[in-house]
Every structure is written in structure tokens, then in C-alpha cells.
Design a protein around this ligand. Structure first.
Ligand code: ITT
Length: 181
């Protein structure tokens, strides 16, 4: 089965492509940047984005919206993860977390699948912590500061894709697809 993934982020596409291979799903990359609508929840943003995009991309397709939610910052940057990464980046998060002992955080991935009539949502989440320093060379975005069992996503390499929020959301999506088609 072949399915379109609309994203401007090559890394997100590559990870999804790999996970797709494990499930016999062939993912086609539609490289398109879209303005993310505002919303308090990733789900709201993802559904609104999928609705908007269906004007210019022919369904079926899916999009994915991710966010880093830091407990000590009451869930910040959350739905603003993209903007915060572009503005203050990992160095900025390190400064915000300087001297903070409570370092637990979640990485969340929400997929919105548009089949031409309805939109279906799938959520994946992993718990981890914000590392004390920026570490690792693999991956992208917040990978060098999000740590599970002592290793940041950026230190894990391929192992990240086995345990990530994206893997969890995609697996839910693919098992639903398998049941539906
Ligand atoms: P699209 O919206 O075009 O898909 P994007 O890069 O804007 O691409 P998101 O809004 O989902 O994607 O991502 C929000 C931010 O979180 C962004 O800065 C990403 O770099 C970062 N991010 C997303 N997934 C990540 C992951 O698995 N590891 C590290 N950072 C990630």
C-alpha cells in the first residue's frame, strides 16, 4: 500500500519511511511547507492542518505534528515547538532549564489522516527527560536534549526510531490501516 505524507521535514519523512517498511507501507513524500493554524492541543493543530491542506493535496494523505512537553515548564514548548526551536533552539531550552531539578518531559506525535471524507487521528507519546547538556550527533531538532535511559535521541542513532513517539503513532496508524483495507 502506498500513502502520501505531507511534511517539509526530510528527517520526519525518513523516519516514517523506515517504519513504513517494517509494516509493508510505502510512504510517498509530499514536500510542502504549510502554515500551522493555532491551537491548544497538537490534535487540534493536526486536524485543522489536514483540513486546510486538502484544498491543495488530493487525499488520501497524512500529516504529523510533534511537540516536546516539559513538565517543569507546564508543557512548554508543546504546540509551539517548531517556533521555539527556530527562535531559541536547544541552547535556549538549556538556559530555561538551568538549575531546574525536575527534568521530566514527553515527546508527542499526532498523525492526522485525511481519507477525502473524514480525518482520523493517532497519538504516540514517550516519556523521558531533558538532558543536562546538548549531546549526540544523530537526528534533528530536539534530539540532542531529549534523553531516555541515559542516552539522548541524538546519541541513539537507529535505536531512536524503535522507541520514538513517531514510531508509536505510526504503528497505531498502520494497524488501523491494515484492519480497514
Ligand atoms: P512539518 O510541520 O512540515 O511536518 P516541522 O519540522 O515543522 O515539519 P513539527 O511542527 O511536527 O514539524 O515539529 C515541531 C518541532 O519539533 C520542530 O522544530 C522539529 O524539529 C521538532 N521535532 C519534531 N519531531 C522531532 C523528533 O523526532 N526529534 C526531535 N525534534 C523533533
Amino acid at each position: 500500500m502506498k500513502i502520501k505524507f505531507v511534511t517539509s521535514n526530510r528527517n520526519k519523512f525518513r523516519e516514517a519511511e523506515e517504519i513504513g517498511k517494517d509494516h509493508g507501507v510505502d510512504i510517498e513524500w509530499v514536500d510542502r511547507e504549510y502554515l500551522e493554524p493555532q491551537g491548544d492541543e497538537l490534535e487540534t493543530v493536526a486536524v485543522k492542518s489536514a483540513e486546510m491542506l486538502s484544498d491543495c493535496v488530493t487525499p488520501p494523505f497524512f500529516i504529523e505534528d510533534s511537540g516536546l512537553f516539559i513538565d517543569a515548564l507546564n508543557g512548554f514548548p508543546g504546540v509551539y515547538s517548531s517556533y521555539v526551536f527556530k527562535t531559541i533552539g536547544n541552547e535556549g531550552i538549556m538556559k530555561l532549564m538551568d538549575g531546574v531539578d525536575r527534568r521530566r518531559a514527553s515527546f508527542v506525535s499526532v498523525i492526522a489522516y485525511h481519507d477525502g471524507e473524514t480525518i482520523k487521528v493517532f497519538r504516540g507519546e514517550v516519556r523521558g527527560r531533558i538532558s543536562e547538556n546538548i549531546r549526540g550527533t544523530y537526528g534533528f531538532g530536539y534530539d540532542p536534549i531529549f534523553e531516555i535511559n541515559g542516552k539522548t535521541f541524538a546519541e541513539m542513532g537507529a535505536e531512536k526510531n524503535e522507541v520514538s513517539h513517531r514510531r508509536k503513532a505510526l504503528e497505531k496508524f498502520f494497524s488501523w490501516l491494515a484492519k480497514t483495507f
